[in-house]
Design a protein around this ligand. Structure first.
Ligand SMILES: O=C(O)CCC(=O)C(=O)O
Ligand SMILES: [Fe+2]
Length: 279
């Protein structure tokens, strides 16, 4: 699976007017990037694994509507706070935090519309980003150069996990190293395209949408032996407001309602030691 790359310029930060048509187009692309690509991949895979005689009736050339439609058999075709010591650290981080917040709200709007929901459904539960009533955080990561003679067994840069909140905006340096798991449970390398922001669906969003938007398992491996390269990234972990109760938006009871802060704390306990039981 390749990771979809969308042009967000129609709805970029600071843009005052966005036409309904542009917004609708971007909403569809976003929905497709989050859901439909995987769907198409999986049905295609099913089709390809059928026996030859089941595929033949759908061969290219047998559709009167379009000569190019249809299946082509093999071999047919020839063709990633310190306020002292670093000037402007705090100022830069705070400004960046607010820009991320605005971008995240935009993405959340489109995600809601993409599900046929009111555009503000998710945004309404993210009213307090940047205050003590919301746990959204900006994490700045730097992975130092690696001395391959001192690497421990099975050591990685960041172990496989999915993020806890609604979405994560990830900004990565060009060295790469991030891998994301597709629905076939294979890890694929995320490309580092300058100027792009990687959007990860996180676990609360998966619960919220009853598994329509599925959270992504990801990891960062060490560079190959002998390669000392560093990695730097900025992760903006978007979390619903502490007191928001996340309930399946399709009205189902696939996941029981849970308070955002309770969910986050239980996940932190799991990550940092204590075990909690959640449904
Ligand atoms: O270095 C990265 O880009 C991954 C960081 C990450 O996944 C995390 O902190 O949750
Ligand atoms: Fe992560």
């Amino acid at each position: 699976m390749s990771i979809p790359v969308l042009d967000f310029s129609a709805y970029e930060l600071g843009k005052a007017n966005v036409s309904d048509a542009d917004l609708e187009k971007l909403t569809k692309e976003l929905r497709k990037a989050f859901i439909e690509v995987e769907k198409v991949m999986s049905v295609s895979k099913k089709f390809f694994s059928l026996p030859e005689n089941k595929k033949k009736p759908f061969s290219r050339g047998s559709f009167s509507c379009n000569v190019n439609h249809g299946w082509v058999s093999l071999e047919t075709e020839r063709h990633n706070w310190p306020s002292e010591g670093v000037d402007d650290f705090q100022d830069a981080q705070v400004k960046f935090f607010h820009r991320c917040k605005e971008l995240a709200l935009k993405v959340l709007r489109l995600m809601a519309v993409g599900l046929g929901l009111d555009s503000e459904v998710f945004v309404n539960e993210h009213k307090h980003i940047g205050s003590h009533m919301n746990a959204t955080s900006l994490r700045s990561l730097y992975y130092p150069p690696v001395d391959s003679t001192r690497v421990k067994e099975n050591q990685v840069r960041c172990g496989e996990h999915s993020d806890y909140g609604s979405i994560t905006l990830l900004f990565q340096s060009t060295e790469g190293g991030l891998q994301v798991q597709n629905r076939a449970e294979e890890f694929v390398s995320a490309p580092c395209i300058p100027g792009t922001v990687l959007v990860n669906i996180a676990d609360l969003m998966q619960r919220w949408t009853s598994d329509v938007y599925v959270s992504v398992v990801h990891r960062v491996l060490l560079p190959p032996a002998g390669v000392s390269r560093t990695r730097q990234s900025l992760a903006f972990f978007v979390q619903p407001d502490d007191e928001s109760v996340i309930t399946c938006c399709d009205g189902s009871d696939k996941y029981p309602p849970i308070k955002s802060v309770d969910y986050l704390l239980s996940r932190f306990n799991d990550t940092y030691g204590k075990k909690t039981n959640l449904v």
